[in-house]
Design a protein. Structure first.
Length: 236
């Protein structure tokens, strides 16, 4: 994971020096969780948490771009919608560093003249650091102070509350629009498939990981500015 973080950071810095094709942006919106307490097959946008971050986009052409982003959010969930008698709930803080490849459906330019609108899709790799900050109605201890199986069917993750990190795979879609020269904005939704079942702090099988890993998503609004917006001359 450290190698992935270092590689993403080097790419970010090296591409930022090219201002003509680069944009710096901010994003804000919501984070959602899908896992043992909100199964992915139900796909409910329940209990959204706050998400925000920043990104750098390098436009390779009018149809393709690379985006490097940092996003901070919190996810939460409970099982009231599926099994009201358990009343299990959790909250988890997320910090994501990602590299994504975007493909525009139409030619898109931030010059403000033509090609001002396009839907797009994206995919990539991410490093996600997380910590379960709240976990209620799950933890039961034995006489030795060790967590044991919840009698209602869930067991406690022994690392719940620790600072952990995991690789994830973001994919999603959005629409972008250029309202004025050197400015772009848009709406985006992306889901992340992770390689862990620890985002919610519980397991469905006693002392074992569930066969299904946890997912989370970010959705919201973003606005970006070309890095050479305030220069008196442009390079063509």
């Amino acid at each position: 994971m450290k190698k992935l973080f270092t590689t993403l950071l080097i790419l970010w810095v090296s591409l930022t020096v090219s201002g003509q094709n680069g944009e710096f942006g901010l994003l804000g919106g919501a984070a959602n969780y899908y896992g043992d307490l909100n199964p992915i097959n139900q796909f409910q946008f329940s209990s959204p948490g706050l998400a925000y971050g920043l990104f750098y986009r390098y436009n390779l052409s009018s149809r393709m771009a690379l985006k490097f982003s940092y996003t901070k959010g919190n996810i939460k969930g409970d099982d009231n919608s599926s099994v009201p008698t358990r009343g299990i709930s959790f909250k988890t803080n997320l910090n994501e560093l990602s590299a994504q490849f975007e493909v525009n459906f139409f030619d898109f330019s931030i010059d403000g003249d033509n090609n001002r609108f396009s839907p797009y899709i994206f995919g990539g790799l991410a490093l996600t650091a997380f910590k379960v900050t709240t976990l209620t109605n799950v933890i039961i201890y034995d006489v030795n102070g060790k967590p044991v199986v919840d009698p209602k069917g869930f067991s406690v993750d022994p690392k719940a509350g620790d600072n952990l990190s995991v690789g994830s795979f973001p994919v999603g879609l959005g629409v972008k629009f250029c309202p004025a020269s050197n400015i772009s904005m848009g709406l985006e939704w992306g889901i992340r498939k992770t390689s862990t079942n620890r985002l919610d702090g519980v397991y469905t099988d006693p002392y074992k990981k569930s066969s299904n890993n946890d997912w989370y998503s970010f959705s919201g609004f973003w606005i970006a500015f070309r890095l050479n917006s305030f220069k008196s001359e442009r390079c063509y």
